[in-house]
Design a protein around this ligand. Structure first.
Ligand SMILES: [Zn+2]
Length: 279
């Protein structure tokens, strides 16, 4: 019975993906004004789903696909299912620049729990040093820690040695505090160069920026309504949503997650996103 259901769902997915749903995917907005420039906006070029279409052993394939739910990032840092049968309508939630304030953080964590959602908290080393208890809190509440450099500076402007220290000191302090090293790295301002990519590779870090910018960092949008609207305007399958540990974002989160769900999206657990060191 269950198998039949799975097959039906898988078959629907195959039909959908062969109907040319690809191309001009919705919401390649990332319309970043101001200092937050990053070159990695969506190209929309690599949207095609490789779909062999041979239906020998389709049954086995479908079962296998459904039993291996996993995701990866594409070149525009969207979250993409590894297998055709998996759900494309997912978003990744991320919160940068903490851990700073207990009340704001707890509000974020409570709302994530309410919606049974997991997120990546991209932390800065200098904040971890001041607030190790808050880092432990994020970890103990089942959320994932990412590396966002020690000082939140533009790493492209740094020497190779300095950039390396900015990354590796965070790996160290996080491991010392919670017993695990981060697996994901997001550079401040999305600013990067080849050296930084090499440093992250050396540390088994998956490098990402984002594909959906809440703009909560911009004073023009420092209110919950704007945070919700900005994200919903850019919502697309695999949205990698950039948010920050900020009071108006914490206030917006419950309504935001409710709206995302009502559009038929789920929240991807970052632990389900494959990591080069494991693949
Ligand atoms: Zn940041």
């Amino acid at each position: 019975m269950l198998n039949k259901m799975f097959l039906l769902i898988a078959a629907c997915c195959l039909i959908l993906s062969s109907c040319g749903v690809s191309g001009s995917s919705a919401g390649n907005a990332s319309s970043n004004a101001g200092q937050n420039q990053h070159a990695e906006t969506n190209t929309g070029a690599n949207d095609g789903a490789p779909n062999g279409g041979s239906n020998s052993n389709a049954e086995e394939d479908a079962n296998q696909q459904l039993s291996e739910p996993g995701y990866h990032f594409d070149q525009a840092y969207r979250v993409i299912p590894n297998n055709e049968g998996a759900d494309k309508k997912v978003v990744l939630l991320t919160f940068d620049d903490g851990p700073k304030e207990k009340e704001v953080l707890e509000q974020l964590l409570d709302t994530l729990d309410k919606h049974e959602a997991k997120a990546i908290f991209f932390v800065n080393g200098y904040h971890v040093q001041s607030n190790p208890d808050l880092l432990r809190l994020i970890h103990d509440r089942g959320q994932l820690i990412g590396n966002h450099s020690w000082d939140h500076i533009d790493l492209k402007q740094e020497s190779a040695d300095s950039a390396r220290k900015q990354v590796e000191d965070v790996q160290k302090i996080v491991e010392e505090t919670i017993g695990e090293r981060p697996q994901f790295f997001r550079p401040p301002f999305g600013s990067s160069n080849e050296t930084l990519h090499r440093i992250t590779e050396d540390n088994d870090l998956t490098y990402i920026t984002w594909s959906n910018d809440s703009m909560d960092w911009d004073p023009k949008f420092n209110n919950p309504e704007s945070v919700v609207n900005n994200i919903m305007d850019q919502l697309h399958p695999g949205s990698n949503i950039l948010m920050h540990e900020l009071p108006w974002t914490a206030e917006a989160l419950d309504e935001l997650l409710t709206k995302i769900k009502s559009e038929g999206y789920g929240f991807v657990d970052p632990r389900m996103i494959s990591h080069p060191a494991e693949s």
